[in-house]
Design a protein around this ligand. Sequence first.
Ligand code: FHN
Length: 439
Amino acid sequence: MKPRIITYCLVLYTLTTVPVFSQADYVPSASNLESREWFQDAKFGLFVHWGVYSVMGGGGDMGIAEWIMERKEIPVDQYEKLPDFFNPVAFDAAEWVSMVKEAGMKYITITSKHHDGFAMYDSKISDYNVVDRARYGKDIIGMLKEECDKQGIRLFFYYSQLDWHHPDYYPRGRTGNFTGRPESGDWDAYINYMNAQLTELLTQYGDVGGIWFDGMWDQWDAPWRLDETYALIHKLQPQTLVGSNHHKMPIPGEDFQMFEKDLPGQNSMGFNQTGIGELPLETCETMNGSWGYNIKDTKFKSTEDLIHMLVRAAGLNSNLLLNTGPMPDGRIQPENVATLKEMGKWLKQYGETIYGTRSGPTGAKKWGVSTWKDNKIFVHILGAEDPVLYVPMAGQKVAKAYAYGSGEKITFKKQSEGVLLSLPDISEDIIDYIIVLEF
Ligand code: FHN
């Protein structure tokens, strides 16, 4: 039997033998709970939006990259020419993963298939993938996973439920209506296809950190058969974390909650009109304004702003998944490499106040946030306006207070429920002035 047929049979077998438990009864396995703890300790990951769209570099428009097919109304038969131009000869998985490590990141979440429907891995269920159709012809995800395993970085797969290419993604939702696809299709066949691809991703590459869904927002009321998909993932890899960027409260069967371009509790983008649930949290953000590669988008955020975002995320119990859109030749944009290096340098010095912490007692304030680990509270002052700062201590007695790194003593006054800290003069150049409260 040919490998494609064997895989097809395997996938079919798996799909027909997964009992469809309602995910309302989902009880995470011990390994899943461990992954959640690991995830919350990890704090910092790299988001990678990479696909054949990178070849177009956004087509000369700001705000367009991985959405070029939709925004420029490119029909499927024309878009299908792109893979032949996709030849990232400078892609070096070892270099990427080393960069991630040097940045102090603990995991990578990469687009295994974005809305354009093109699989960046060796899919057997469809030849619309990087091995069969791209000039490059190699399994990018496979190469990256091998290197992640070597260097101890966990790999998560972004997977778009929305699909602008598959003919059975029908009825269509808000997008994908300029693709020239027939006005008919078998929705259930599409969900079977998606589950088959997820089965491939979860059986071809060893342990997977998580599945990062996106695209349900394209049509809320579609019969997504989530119970089945989530049960399938939990059966194939119980430790894998499931999350979905549906911009709503978590749905049963999910293991973490995500926020896009906003910290939990904020909603500057209009996406996050939801509350904060009980699950581990993650916030994703771009380093410029684009997810995929946009040649015109040079509005790179400063290292200081990104460190502040990471610290503020930690203070809200959230991870930061910071995005890069690799260039079509396979290299990471040099501006991103430089910033990540600087963030890594900062984390080398101050990582103890971030990794493995949980949010501290202050909540998020204009001046900053606090994190907490064991018998220490780390007060992160990101921009103080007031020389005196109050930290509620909920019954804990502060034994000493000092500046992280220099050890300089900080004067504090006990209050009935907390302490008042007298801040020294803080130089404007300090990205984050950290006071340690030991109790
Ligand atoms: O449409 C996508 C977009 O391209 C990108 O992948 C982001 C990442 O959070 N999510 C979607 C928009 O919500």
